[in-house]
Design a protein around this ligand. Structure first.
Ligand code: AMP
Length: 218
């Protein structure tokens, strides 16, 4: 099966992706992570990419699709958990084409709903492990690291993403409303959109997703 997590920034896509891939046989594909890797090299392209991402704007469709296709070439069977892709209608249509060529399709789109004020509260507390990528939040007791600045799992150093600040958050949120939210109707019309209240905590969010997957699992 192929699953999309659709959500505004800091709604919990990464956290749910972690849980879902640990339970179901899915390949987690985060275009944000793929792009951050691509932006890490010292080339002019890498620097430009970094600048766009740090501003909170979306990267061009051509670049995202290039990075995504390169990654998909390394995967044999399509059981994808897409996190951060598609971000607009054009990308969604391209994704349908890519999957169609593999006789595959999207089965579930989970829309994680969270009010804007909670998103902002979450984003300012988000910390990630430099080593294993585990996501923490210093503002939320249930997902706070045991030792400040240190990953509970691997002992790696925790860091704050450059785009996790209030001003970039506002740009990212506006981009979500303008470009990504039209996908809600796109997938509603296909009958595969499932709305999830992601405002409580990760276990509550996951319980709602699990209930839907277990009712109709492929
Ligand atoms: P994320 O990790 O999903 O929050 O993405 C971080 C940043 O990467 C976004 O603010 C965009 O600049 C860029 N990005 C990630 N996925 C996409 C996408 N599908 N289309 C365009 N830009 C993207």
């Amino acid at each position: 099966m192929n699953v999309i997590l659709l959500a505004p920034p800091a709604a919990g896509k990464g956290t749910q992706a972690e849980i879902l891939t640990s339970i179901y046989n899915l390949d987690h594909i985060s275009t944000g992570d793929l792009l951050r890797n691509a932006a890490n090299d010292d080339s002019i392209f890498g620097k430009e990419l970094k600048q766009i991402m740090e501003s909170g704007n979306l990267v061009s469709d051509d670049i995202v699709l290039e990075v995504l296709n390169r990654h998909l070439d390394t995967i044999d069977s399509f059981n994808l958990l897409l996190d951060g892709f598609p971000r607009n209608i054009y990308q969604a249509e391209k994704l349908d084409e890519i999957l169609g060529q593999k006789n595959s399709k999207i089965d579930y789109v989970f829309l994680l709903n969270v009010p804007k004020d909670i998103l902002l509260f979450r984003i300012t507390g988000r910390r990630l492990c430099k080593n294993c990528g585990k996501v923490y939040n210093v503002n939320i007791a249930s997902v706070k690291p045991e030792r400040e600045g240190v990953c509970d799992i691997c002992g790696g150093e925790l860091f704050v993403r450059h785009d996790d600040n209030e001003s970039t958050f506002n740009t990212r949120y506006d981009e979500y409303l303008k470009q990504t939210s039209p996908l809600i109707d796109y997938y509603k019309q296909k009958g595969i959109l499932y709305e999830i209240d992601s405002s409580v905590d990760r276990d509550d969010t996951f319980a709602q997703i699990k209930k839907i997957l277990e009712k109709t699992e492929f």
